[in-house]
Design a protein around this ligand. Structure first.
Ligand code: 13P
Length: 342
């Protein structure tokens, strides 16, 4: 029987004019981010930074859900309210990263498989009790002339589908995130080919493992030229190539596609999403689930200083507003110059 709660949650996460904030950096990743601003990665600093983001006045107009990390879902805002409760009180849906990271894949030099299936049923039950209504699992694939291998593609697809099925059993919407990394010198055509191959395997496994795709969201990479390619595709070409790739593999029953930013500049990530939404209609909502592209300016403005919290919030609010505009194709670079008013 279809689970209408899952369908409703998935649709709410891609409500018009809204997208998702990925604030689920693991301990290692948040340390890397803090290193760039010279802030020590202590539990209290991590809490204070997430508090800044989650208490930004008015940002719920543009943000439908927030992905939390295991530590964060257990932390509290300055006023003592648990973060999931604080978010829910603003109409923002709490989510949780449940994978335990990409680990070296045996017998496959340079490739990874994402771990975290052991005990996942119990962890999902606990997270639901803590307020989570959706989850995330990220698989990664590197592009070279010969990679990714079919072995890596199918092993990760199988794990993504096992995760998704367990989430649905627990009443949690799975965000399925197969990220084809865009580091390297590859062409946009090769990026499209590899992403196609990966998505075909992912949707085969989801179907075979009885996942109801109407109660899922897809979080893919955009189809880009490699970051080190000499002649990189422009905004319209990226939009066209990405739509072409997705249209071949993502069932129309999937309610939404929420892109990751994956190391694009903030403004590129916004411009690419905007260009795709400017040429609709599409069978799915096209939205964002950005980490770096929503947070980078906020992190820089904050610098770990209590007196800079408001500046950090203004920077985050501004990026959320720009990406919300890109949900309808209404974004233009001139909007970047507008004062970011909280
Ligand atoms: P980026 O937008 O920084 O790629 O992060 C999104 C994410 O959640 C990666 O798993």
């Amino acid at each position: 029987m279809p689970n209408t709660e899952l369908h409703e949650t998935a649709r709410a996460l891609v409500a018009e004019g809204k997208g998702i904030l990925a604030a689920d950096e693991s301990g290692g990743t948040i340390k890397k981010r803090f290193d760039t601003i010279g802030v020590e990665s202590t539990e209290e600093n991590r809490r204070a930074y997430r508090n800044l983001l989650f208490t930004t006045p008015g940002v719920e107009e543009y943000i439908s859900g927030v992905i939390l990390y295991d530590e964060t879902i257990r932390q509290k805002a300055d006023d003592g309210t648990p973060f999931p409760e604080l978010l829910a009180s603003k109409g923002v849906i709490p989510g949780i990263k449940v994978d335990q990271g990409a680990k070296p894949l045996a017998h496959a030099e340079g490739e990874t498989v994402t771990e975290g299936l052991d005990g996942l049923r119990q962890r999902l039950e606990e997270y639901r009790g803590l307020g989570a209504r959706f989850a995330k699992w990220r698989a990664t694939y590197s592009i070279s002339d010969t990679l990714p291998s079919e072995y890596c593609i199918w092993t990760n697809a199988h794990a993504l589908a096992r995760y998704a099925a367990l989430c649905q059993e627990a009443g949690i919407v799975p965000i399925v995130e197969p990220e084809v990394l865009q580091d390297g010198t590859h062409s946009i055509e090769r990026s499209g080919f590899v992403t196609s191959r990966v998505l075909a395997a992912v949707y085969t496994e989801l179907f075979d493992q009885r996942v109801d795709v109407e109660g899922t969201l897809l979080k893919p990479n955009m189809t880009l030229s490699g970051y080190d390619a000499s002649d990189r595709a422009g905004v319209d070409e990226v939009a066209e190539a990405t739509l072409h790739t997705l249209s071949k593999h993502v069932p129309a029953a999937v309610p939404g596609i929420v892109f990751l930013s994956g190391g694009q500049s903030d403004e590129d990530a916004t411009a690419h999403l905007n260009a795709m939404n400017a040429v609709g209609p599409h069978p799915w909502q096209l939205s964002f689930s950005y980490g770096r592209a929503l947070q980078a300016p906020a992190l820089k403005a904050w610098e770990g200083k209590p007196e800079c919290v408001e500046a950090g919030q203004r920077a985050y609010y501004h990026r959320a507003k720009m990406n919300a505009a890109a949900r309808t194709g209404a974004y233009g670079p001139e909007m970047e110059r507008e004062a970011a008013v909280v």
